[in-house]
Design a protein. Structure first.
Length: 555
């Protein structure tokens, strides 16, 4: 880049009544061009061009940019699966499962790292497999634990047929009724009543070929305590046809929750009586993961009636402060506290949590642009921290709202008894993370995903725990009596671990496949936890889900 210099004029004498002027360089200061902050337009006409049993090919029309598009990223339902250069307008995604629905979108990027909004969706259904042979029948079924209404089971792993599709998972039955669907050859079946029950297991491959049942195993289920904060009896508080996302508790013990796609706030008592508190205006879904998201009550709610909500608008994600009087919540915020959190189809974050320091902590996603996560001037891919009035705390590390950075998509926040902040983070295709958050800490994304990638940077803080994304994809996080409870979406289970110093005990999974995708988990006033499920959550269509809010007793 050529340097341009400003030369100050200095009068050095007068000749014939005119000033003689000389110039000298000003410390060789370059005049930098304005930074490119304009994102490309969205790619258009994204469409499917070919489908096989295990692959889908797509193509799209070029995006435009004020400087130039340098790259396109292909996403499979929010997972970045492919990069192609800015002149390539097609891609083939491989290693897919036969006879399965997929949704693909494309994001355009420029040299400055600006990213477009997602393209339109290209939907495909892979062809059915010719594999018609089931995996081998599971053998060696045995109990590994039995306490507090939870029965641990394990068995010898099944094998798929030679040349088969593979991807073996399992179905667990109790007295002939399916009670779990784990990906591995062990499971803890929760919510059991005392008495003798017969368990069997079937193996299933990736195209649905199912083996015969294993030999039955009779187990006399033990009730009572069990200790260690293990989940116990589960009861359904209420059902909902929209997605319960944010959840908190009112002083009277009732729950209050947001419905992501319906844009309203509901009150529900412990006995399941529901009251609609009001609809929030200005919410705009993303046809993916945006909408009416996190909710938190002010620590001084009894006196000020403030409710804080994280929500998506047509231009950004933001945090507003609303007022709840009686059974009516204001439709618009009495104050917008934070704006400018980039939105996209996926990776919008959304969790809110007040800390013991009285500050409001906010989780955000990278808006499908990993560069945002490492940019401390961006609000995306971060844990943010603000005062309850929206102002920036004087001790924030970067003199803005950023508290920690290098995150992909954070949806779980919880404080322990020592005032430390724990965070659950969705990985891309390899590892999900549980982190212990440090002020100003860099958690490595996008160079490092869990412990995979370019993680040898001394500035990166290592996760406390990691999981394969198929076993977790975490959302909500709660802490009760020094025990962590992490809700898993794709994993369809509740991960439980005890805090031990700056680490945890080995995570234990409960309810594998019993209740479906688990979204939010919150400590309830009675010493238990409430857990919400999350079906139908890849669109912004209201009232097309089949979800529950569960009360889970703790042993």
């Amino acid at each position: 880049m050529a340097l341009r210099y400003k030369w100050p004029a200095i009068a050095v004498g007068i000749v014939g009544g005119a000033a003689l002027v000389a110039v000298a360089p000003m410390a060789f200061a370059a005049v930098k061009p304005a930074a490119d902050t304009k994102p490309p337009t969205s790619p258009t006409n994204n469409h499917v061009t070919a489908v096989t049993e295990t692959s889908v090919s797509i193509a799209w029309n070029a995006a435009t940019d004020n400087v130039g598009v340098t790259e396109y990223d292909v996403f499979k339902q929010g997972q970045n699966v492919m990069h192609v250069d800015g002149k390539t307008l097609k891609a083939t995604v491989t290693k897919l499962t036969p006879d399965t629905d997929y949704v693909f979108t494309v994001v355009a990027r420029d040299a400055a790292g600006n990213s477009s909004q997602d393209s339109n969706e290209a939907k495909a259904h892979t062809k059915a497999s010719t594999d018609k042979t089931a995996p081998s029948v599971p053998t060696g079924l045995k109990t590994t634990s039995n306490a507090g209404g939870n029965v641990g089971l394990a068995w010898t792993a099944s094998k798929d047929n030679a040349g088969g599709v593979g991807g073996v998972s399992y179905l667990v039955f109790e007295d002939g009724q399916q009670v779990a669907a784990p990906d591995t050859n062990s499971v803890t079946v929760g919510n059991q009543t005392a008495g003798t029950h017969t368990f069997t297991v079937k193996a299933v491959d990736a195209v649905g070929n199912t083996s015969a049942a294993s030999a039955g195993l009779k187990v006399t289920v033990k009730g009572g305590g069990g200790g260690g904060g293990a989940p116990g009896k589960v009861t359904t508080i209420t059902t909902d046809n929209d997605i319960p996302w944010g959840l908190a508790f009112l002083p009277d013990g009732s729950g209050i929750y947001t419905r992501r796609d319906a844009d309203d706030v509901i009150k529900v008592t412990a006995s399941g009586q529901k009251t609609t508190l009001g609809k929030i205006s200005g919410v705009s879904g993303t046809n993916g993961e945006g909408g009416l998201l996190g909710l938190e009550l002010d620590p001084a709610f009894n006196s000020n009636h403030y409710v804080y909500i994280y929500y998506t608008t047509s231009s950004d994600n933001r945090v507003g402060r609303f007022t709840l009087n009686g059974n009516t919540i204001s439709s618009t915020p009495n104050k917008v506290l934070l704006t400018g959190i980039q939105r996209n189809k996926f990776h919008n974050g959304g969790r809110l949590r007040f800390g013991p320091d009285g500050k409001l902590y906010i989780s955000t996603g990278d808006a499908e642009n990993g560069n945002n996560a490492q940019n401390t001037n961006s609000l995306n891919g971060k844990v943010l921290r603000i005062n309850p009035d929206g102002s920036i705390p004087a001790d924030n590390p970067f003199h803005n709202a950023v508290w920690s950075y290098g995150h992909r998509n954070v949806q779980g926040l919880a404080f322990d008894s020592q005032g430390r902040l724990w965070e659950a983070e969705l990985g891309n295709s390899i590892m999900d993370e549980l982190n212990l958050i440090q002020k100003g800490g860099n958690y490595g994304w996008p160079a490092c995903e869990g412990t995979s990638g370019s993680c040898n940077n001394a500035k990166f803080i290592k996760p406390i725990r990691t999981w394969p994304v198929a076993q977790a994809s975490p959302s909500g996080l709660a802490i009760v009596h020094n025990t962590l409870y992490m809700a898993a979406l794709r994993g369809e289970q509740l991960w439980v671990m005890n805090i031990q110093g700056s680490g945890t005990s080995a995570p234990k999974a409960f309810f594998q496949g019993q209740f479906g995708r688990m979204r939010t988990v919150e400590p309830s006033p009675d010493g238990a936890i409430w857990v919400t499920t999350s079906s139908g959550d890849k669109d912004s269509t209201p009232n097309n889900s089949n979800d529950k809010i569960l009360h889970v007793a703790l042993n």
